[in-house]
Design a protein around this ligand. Structure first.
Ligand code: PLP
Length: 405
């Protein structure tokens, strides 16, 4: 199914040595590495096509514009949106969520209104809503989750009131790896007439996403977590909602007519794309999607599941390791602590052995508070990781554990 040698050959950075040890990169939930085809697509844009889009009468500009719009079509098909106009390019998940929270908040939040989020959100899906609520005198309601890392859907149902205006939850938790039952979450919200935003930052490179089947109102993700460059992200929004939201930023490209008295706004999606976008990064996003499709998203998911199961089993076999997030449905993320050792100490020792993991609260402080811990060590796998790397990681944990006990 997976030709791992062929895949790894696309990632030259995996040949790096760190402190004389081969690099083992297990920080994929923070950002994935980029395959050669993506790096080439970015470099080729600057070498052969660099120009500003949409406004130029000349060849380079019109070619770059075509390619930019082809990427929009690629993204549309990738997530099965019904229209290209529903795909807005942003800088990343954070900007996509801020766009919705800000525009939705201005138009639809009022004093006393309520926004439902979950207890396992990234700060990016908490703070923008707090800002929007503060401005309007609205408040946040939070869905709790179990010790296993599973959202409590009965509590969720009980949070709705006639003041609920929007629900915002992640598809996959970046800390716990939990795949949330978003189809059910969306259906429940819709039964109350409430729209739903899904933070897809941690799902888009691991699971097939069909926004029409899910029936979500907004879906947000970042290119850099799906083998594309940093600086490009996506906001999917149903046309009916994007039409109703006021613009987020003002500037060039998002306008139809400007006078000092009054401005009329451009049609979708340009109404939300003020200023010069990151054209090269956008073109390279198309290549990243093609890279994933060449392997097959189902094959990626199945392979990463094997890595997750293997690593979880081997970590549990060591003894004295606490894993945070044991939901039945997870992506390839393992948050753990060795005994009572501080996560930073574990991360530093692993680094010296060439193993890159993330330590800390992972921008999810409320999850840490829920478990009463300062942070975790997080190993997260991508399609280019191998069971041999997991063996090396386990051997490293066995080696450093006595130093930390
Ligand atoms: N949401 C989740 C679940 C994430 O894991 C992240 C990044 O780690 C974000 C949002 C923010 O993504 P970005 O920093 O690419 O905007």
């Amino acid at each position: 199914m997976i030709d791992i040698e062929k895949i790894r050959a696309q990632f030259k950075i995996l040949d790096t040595t760190v402190y004389g040890k081969p690099l083992i990169y297990f920080d994929n939930a923070a950002t994935t590495q980029k395959p050669e085809c993506v790096i080439n697509a970015l470099a080729d844009y600057y070498r052969t096509l660099n120009s500003n889009i949409h406004r130029g009468a000349h060849y380079l500009s019109s070619e770059a514009t075509d390619r930019y719009e082809q990427t929009r079509e690629k993204v549309r098909a990738f997530i099965n949106a019904s229209k290209k106009e529903e795909i807005v390019f942003t800088r990343g998940t954070t900007e996509s969520i801020n766009l919705v929270a800000s525009s939705f908040g201005r138009e639809f939040l009022h004093q006393g209104d309520e926004v439902i989020i979950s207890g396992m959100e990234h700060h990016s899906n908490i703070v923008p809503w707090q800002l929007a609520c503060e401005q309007k005198g609205a408040s946040l309601k939070v869905i709790p989750f179990s010790g296993q890392g599973v959202l409590d859907l009965d509590s969720y149902k009980s949070l709705f009131s006639d003041k609920t205006r929007i629900v915002a939850v992640n598809h996959v938790s970046n800390t716990l790896g939990t795949v949330n039952p978003i189809a059910e979450i969306i259906a429940i919200a819709h039964s109350h007439g409430v729209p739903v935003l899904i933070d897809g930052a941690q799902s888009i490179s691991h699971l097939a996403v069909d926004v029409q089947a899910l029936d979500c109102d907004f879906y947000c993700f970042s290119g850099h977590k799906m083998y594309a460059p940093m600086g490009i992200g996506v906001l999917y929004g149903k046309e009916e909602w994007l039409d109703k939201l006021p613009p987020y930023q003002g500037g060039g490209e998002m306008i139809k007519d400007v006078t000092f008295e009054r401005t009329t706004y451009n049609e979708l999606p340009f109404k939300f794309e003020a200023g010069t976008p990151s054209v090269g990064d956008t073109l390279a996003l198309k290549t990243a999607i093609e890279f994933m499709q060449s392997i097959g998203i189902e094959n990626i998911a199945a392979y990463e599941q094997q890595l997750l199961d293997y690593a979880t089993q081997r970590l549990n076999d060591i003894g004295g390791i606490r894993i945070f997030g044991n939901a039945p449905h997870k992506t390839s993320v393992i948050s753990f602590l060795i005994g009572n050792a501080h996560p930073y100490d574990t991360g530093t020792l692993l680094d010296k052995l060439g193993i890159a993991v993330r330590t800390g609260h992972h921008c999810t402080q409320p999850i840490m508070d829920r478990y009463g811990i300062p942070g975790t060590v997080r190993a997260s796998f991508a399609v280019y990781n191998t069971t041999e790397e997991i063996d090396a990681f386990i051997n490293a944990i066995i080696r450093i554990k006595p130093m930390l006990d």
